[in-house]
Design a protein around this ligand. Structure first.
Ligand code: FES
Length: 134
């Protein structure tokens, strides 16, 4: 198993200051390439966090088609994330729809690894740590 690469933030940096929060108690070493994990954040947000070829990604763990958990789907070597309920596929990095029946993309989160712990923030977070959409 290859461990996901560390993010740009060094030990001691305050991740929460720029909008990052801990992804539960998930550690980068817990996710082997190709694995998916369901994580619930402190605010109740549900994420599907996965390891694509050694890089972690995070998306909303709710399929935009009929709300099935994407963490129960499949992650392919080409980065396609498949919902196993009706077969929609998404790009695990951008959240873009690659195959229906889903019509809308899935929201994505940025991922950082600090001291082995996984931190996330919504991809639409501004430089001051605020979300662009409320
Ligand atoms: S719920 Fe995901 S494709 Fe239908």
């Amino acid at each position: 198993m290859s461990a996901p690469t560390e993010g740009l933030v060094r030990a001691g940096d305050a991740g929460a200051a720029d909008g990052f929060v801990r992804a539960g108690d998930l550690r980068a070493a817990d996710l082997a390439p190709g694995e998916l994990r369901a994580v619930t954040l402190a605010d109740g947000e549900r994420l599907c966090i996965g390891n694509h070829a050694g890089e972690l990604f995070a998306v909303h763990d709710v399929c935009p088609h009929a709300e099935f958990p994407l963490s129960e789907g499949a992650l392919y070597a080409n980065g396609e994330l498949e919902c196993c309920f009706h077969g929609a596929k998404f790009d695990c990095r951008s959240g873009a729809v690659l195959r229906g029946p889903a019509e809308d993309p899935v929201a994505t989160w940025e991922v950082r690894v600090m001291d082995g712990a996984v931190w996330v923030r919504p991809a639409d977070t501004t430089a001051d740590g605020e979300r662009e959409r409320a």
